[in-house]
Each structure stands twice: as structure tokens, then as C-alpha cells.
Design a protein around this ligand. Sequence first.
Ligand SMILES: [Zn+2]
Length: 573
Amino acid sequence: MLYSNYFVPTIKEIPSDAEVVSHQLMLRAGMIRKLTSGIYTFLPAGLKAIRKVENIVREEMNRSGAIEVLMPAVQPAELWQESGRWEFYGKELLRFKDRHNHDCCIGPTHEEVITDLVRKEIRSYRQLPVNFYQIQTKFRDEIRPRFGVMRCKEFIMKDAYSFDVDATGADKSYEIMYDAYTRIFRRCGLTFRAVEADSGSIGGSYSHEFMVLSDTGEDEIVNCLSCSYAANLEKAEVKAASPEPADRPPGILEEVRTPDVRTIEELTAFLSLPPDQIVKTLIFSADGNVVAALIRGDHELNEVKFKNLLGAEQIELADPRLVAEVTGAPMGFAGPVRLKAKMIADHAIRNMANFVTGANKEDFHLRNVNLERDFSVNQFADLRMIMAGDRCPRCDGELNFGRGIEVGHVFKLGTKYSKAMHAVFLDEQGGEKLFFMGCYGIGIARTVAAAIEQKHDQDGIIFPISIAPFEVCLLPLQMHEREVVDAAQKIYDACLACGVDVLMDDRDVRPGVKFKDADLLGIPLRVTVGERTLKEGMVEIKVRSERESAKVPLSEAPALIPAKIKALYDQIK
Ligand SMILES: [Zn+2]
């Protein structure tokens, strides 16, 4: 490609409305432009990066045995009413009426459409398993779109849906997708982890998120330095401490006056006690039922774990009225002794003795509280957030706390959709069975943005070669010098002849401008043809991610460039 025939409108200044690096660099490198809030046009270089990710995804999905289809963007409300999501899905679902007054939506996801297709087309266990995928533009009406294409309203996704005869088959399909995703993100040249995650609103029982590691990531994750365990912070398991005998005999239970002392900080200061001697009693309303969570003072309740344990649709902290009703005291003085509510305690409480709790009485706390003697709980469970110092729940190894950007997600759906939409096949005995489903997504543009978040410097993007808009940028520095232009043309022709994806910057601009734009766009290999080096019969080759450049004889450049590119691909295999 010749620059003069192409369109890369680079910008010098950092755009003021772009908060994150990938958004800034995609705008500056002329890859995207905003149409309106959360909606972007991909310019040629941005689209090329997108296409390269798509190609990798398509190749690996096909290799895994998945079959490509293309489902419509617009979907009828009836399907969403059948699955129950028309009510359940929030305002993110963009709904509208067509001219016949039919309710419709623009699909943020396609479980309903694929389930409808499969229940009509697939009748027999002999046709299973099957996995359909598509690469499609989707829409989610985000309330606050931000971070450029990372959290936008209209987005390009690869989504796949597997159908199996039973749970064992579904496990196998899940594994196949997990492996395909591992190959995809490796081929994209990214450093990533597959982390155990909460299933969220799509529903289902088990899931992994593929996270590109980056300090700027939205999600907090932990990963073990000794084994492959990695998890989203909200999902990370905390290993239950082994029971220890109490080191002190139980003291005498006593009330302490603690006027206006409500928070753990106030209480530790007032009683001169470390927070791990205190038990917090948090009163919740879970689908209308009152339930208390007991957590050690220095620990934080993980509401996702608590909610999942209760199997509740919704949990919320009790309001002052409900707290008063249950404890007989205002907020800040709840405690487990004589509390009339179901109580679930975090494992850490088991090893505590002579601790402090609220007294269920205004301005009072209790000292020397002990389990079993003074109160008992309905259940012990892992209820708290993992924190620095905790060990790996699998191997007891050291944990690393970091951040990541979610680029892919694999879910086991079970029979959630097939049951709701009565999607069945005939088994060997001729009986009707529900399909076991899985769903698997990859954010295509998000993957490009995540790559930029992970790989950039002060000069611009450092694209992995497999997803860079071009593999090589060729810079003839003096367009008015015949020899320079001729030498560059020879290299350009040689690149094209052996299938190298090359951009030749044939603009008549200062060398500094060409260097700056090449660095900004992050093209992995730069070949410079300049008057001075050419006099020595040399051209300059530089890898974007490396500091030093090398001079090579002009005559050797046509063979060296493909070899260098191959080496860059080999690095990410
Ligand atoms: Zn481990």
C-alpha cells in the first residue's frame, strides 16, 4: 500500500475527551473516529487491525470444528419474552417498534436467536454436538460509554453457541472453546490469563474470562505464581484456615458503653483494639428475607459470594428501619448475640475467641463474645474478598494481584435457554431431551484496544505483528532523490512479491514526520531508505519494540525483511 493512496489521518495533540491510552492512541494514529457517544467509525488502519484479529479468530474457530453463520442484528421481542429476558434485561437492551407496531430489539447477544434456529433445524442426537459462531455487530445501550472502543455501545463480537446431548458433552465443548481461545489470544501476541469468573446476567453455572494483563485494566484479578489458578477478584476463593484451639480461656461476656461509635475504625480507636478482634454483623435483605453475614473486622464481605451462596436474585444491605426491626437498635450496633435472623459466618470467625461485636442496643458493644457459648450460626462459608497476604486456594502458593482487560468469555449455560424456549432433540430411545448449551464471546475491537493498552510507549502503539495494520513500513526519506525512490521501490516490489504486508510512506514530507507517524501507528518493522546511508549501499532496519536499528546492505534487504518478519511471528507462537 502506498501512503499517498491511503488514509491515515494522524493527530499530534492528545484528544481531550480520551481518558485511556488505547482510546488516545487509536484516535491519534487515525484508526477510529467518534460518530456520537459510544459509536465509532473504523478508519482504514483500524479496520485492518480488526480484520487481522477476525482472521485469527475465524481460523481457530474453524479449526475447533465450529461452524460460521451470520444472524440478524434486529431481533423480535417474542424470542426475548420466551427466554424471560425481555423483562429481566435492563435498559442496555435497545428496544423499538417497527412500522407494524411489533416490539423489536437490536441484539446485544444471540442466545435466543440461535436457540430458535437449533430447535427448528436440529432434531436428532445424531446431529450433535454442534457449535455455531458468528462475527457480528452488536448493540448495548451503555449508560456511560467510555474508553473508546473498550466500552462502547456498538461493538463487533465473535459469539459462539454449542449444543450437546448432555452435561458431559457440554463440558467437552467448553474445553474445546477454552483451548481455541488460548490459541487465539496467543496468536494475537498478548499476555493473558483465563480467570474463573462470576457468570453475571447471562446466567449459567461456570465461566472463565480471558483477561489481557494490563495495569490500566478495569478488572482486578489474582493469579497464582506457582500454579495456573487465576480468578476475578469478586470470584477468588479464600482458603479456609484450619481450626486452631483458642489460645485464651473465654472471658466474661460484658457490655461496653460505646457512645456514637459505629464504624470499625471508630471502634478500634475507641477500644484500642486491632480490627481482627472484632466481628462485623451485616444485615441484608435477600429477596425479602433477612439474613446476617458475620465477617472479621479487617475483612471485607464479598457480596457476589454471599448472593451466590444464598441463591438470591437480589441482595441489599438492610435500611435503618429494617435494622431497627431486627436488632432493636439503630445502625452500627448490630451483633450476633440474641439476633433474631439467619446468620452465616465467614470461615475466619471459627478461629476467633473473646471478640467484640455490636450489642443490638444503642451505644453499646459486647466484649469477650465467643462462638457457641454466646451464639451459634446457621452456616460457615467463604464469604470474604481475597486480600494481599492470602495464599492460593489450590496450591497454597503466592498470589499476584493485578489488573486485566476482559477480551473473551466462555460460559456453561446448561439448559437455561433450551428449557425456557423448549428446545429439544430426540435421543437414542426416541425420547425428547433438552439441549445442553454453552456460549462463548470475544470482543474483536476490544482485543485491538487491549493490545494497545498492554503494548505502547510514549511514541505510540507497539503492535504485535499478527494484528498490526501493516507488517512493514517503508520510509523513503527524500522523495525528490531518484536513487532513494528507486531503492525504496525495489524493496517495496520485493515485499509485495513475497506477500509481506507493507505500507510505503511516499509522502513528500520531512523525515521526522514519517518517523513519528510510523511509531505512532506501531508497525512492527521499519525500513528506512535515506540519502546518506544509501551512499554506503545500506538501508536501515528497526524493530518497533527495540531501541537499536541496524544497517543492512540494500542488496540483502529483500531477503532479510521476510526473515525478520518470520522471526517476529515465531516470538508469539
Ligand atoms: Zn496455586
